[in-house]
Write a protein that binds this ligand. Structure first.
Ligand code: PLP
Length: 388
């Protein structure tokens, strides 16, 4: 298979292995890895990444955001456990059973509806979310005994097989003392709930609360699973806080220069004439724009790498193209510009881009659009091309 050398992303599977191996060293022996592969593996390409995780890294647990993502994993042959982290309407109960997918329960009424909709004699496998401070989904009771009452009732519903409970940290990626206390309190709450349920003889296989940040900053053997997301893809949970090992960003984003020209001083560039040259300038046009997920907030602010040198974006990023100042760089049509990744001694990360737009690396990765093919590499060798 070939692809148009316009704009493309490169997903490097061997870097995932490095990140996963480094993360695992922080987990207690009781904690098993669950890989969070929602949103097309944070833009990295689930069709290649998830089979790699299952067959090469021996991962037994996967999590996605919704039933479409879960069914897709089954359709591409994933056979191990799949947990849906978000809401699924009760009318999909039969599909949950047919595809052997574990559903998150958001509250008691969701559990009752799922139970009622489950096909005759069959049970929907479920983990119950417990809200300990995120205020997003989950059984939400300040009184932990009341929370246990609800979970106990859920465990007795005829159409539900309750296999686990979990909670989600709100600020595990912070080194602020109050945030640290808040996170520890969340971990203590879910642990207390699990102990009380055990006393009441509600049998659970899994109690989990660690995400990427939790795994490195708040690791605990009480969490039977660690839900690893962003660190697997090589970004820090919080770009301002160091991760205690070297992360390898899995995805590179590249494009080929489509035009090069020299203009004199006083020439306006791109929509709205927000940039005017102040000297003779060499300009390269790059066929990437916000329709590819390259953020428009980088207009007049971002940089790309060409031949190991930084070239600033001048004027506004358009839907499909943008311009860079390449004065002093030996550039011709067809040369590769690196938007995310390393060229020579220079590197641009998704976090660098995020900082300019006051957002997070997660969003930059997820936004790379389906117009951009993902070229998959393992140890430097091209192994797959994902087109959407
Ligand atoms: C997305 C998500 C994760 C993964 O978070 P990271 O910060 O990427 O590790 C874990 N748990 C839940 C419930 C999530 O929604």
């Amino acid at each position: 298979m070939t692809y148009l050398k316009r704009a493309w992303a490169e997903t490097h599977l061997n870097r995932i292995k490095t990140n996963v191996d480094n993360f695992k060293r922080f987990l207690a022996s009781e904690t098993e890895l669950l890989c969070v592969v929602k949103a097309n593996c944070y833009g990295n390409g689930d069709d290649a990444v998830v089979p790699y995780l299952e067959s090469e890294l021996d991962i037994k647990w996967f999590a996605v955001s919704n039933i479409e993502e879960a069914k897709h994993l089954r359709d591409i042959g994933i056979s191990h456990e799949i947990l849906i982290l978000g809401y699924t309407p009760p009318e999909y109960a039969k599909e949950l059973v047919d595809y052997d997918i574990i559903q998150t329960i958001t509250d008691e009424s969701h559990a009752k509806e799922l139970s009622e909709c489950s096909p005759n004699g069959k049970k929907v496998r479920a983990h119950c979310a417990v809200d300990t401070g995120m205020t997003r989904i989950g059984v939400c009771e300040r009184d932990l005994n009341k929370a246990c009452d609800i979970i106990e009732r859920i465990s007795k519903l005829s159409g539900i097989r309750l296999e686990g409970i979990f909670t989600h940290f709100a600020s595990a990626d912070s080194d602020d003392e109050e945030d640290i206390n808040y996170t520890q309190n969340q971990a203590e709450q879910i642990t207390a709930v699990s102990y009380e349920l055990k006393k009441r003889l509600v049998k659970l296989d899994q109690i989990h609360f660690l995400n990427s940040a939790g795994g490195i900053y708040h690791s605990s053997g009480r969490s039977t699973l660690a839900r690893l997301g962003i660190i697997m893809y090589g970004l820090k949970p919080n770009s301002a806080l160091e991760v205690p090992f070297k992360l390898e960003p899995v995805l590179d984003f590249k494009a080929c220069v489509s035009m090069v020209k020299e203009v004199e001083s006083g020439v306006c560039v791109s929509y709205g004439r927000t940039y005017t040259t102040t000297k003779p300038t060499k300009i390269a046009t790059i066929p990437v724009g916000y329709a590819d997920g390259y953020p428009r907030f980088l207009s007049n602010k971002g940089e790309v790498l060409i031949h190991g040198k930084r070239a600033r974006i001048i004027g506004r990023v358009c839907m499909d193209q943008m311009m860079c100042d390449v004065t002093g760089i030996d550039v011709k049509v067809g040369d590769v510009a690196t938007l995310i990744g390393t060229d020579g001694v220079e590197t641009i990360t998704a976090d660098d881009i995020a900082e300019i737009g006051n957002t997070i690396g997660y969003e930059i990765l997820c936004n790379i659009s389906k117009r951009v093919p993902r070229i998959v590499y393992n140890k430097g060798k091209e192994v797959d091309i994902l087109k959407y």
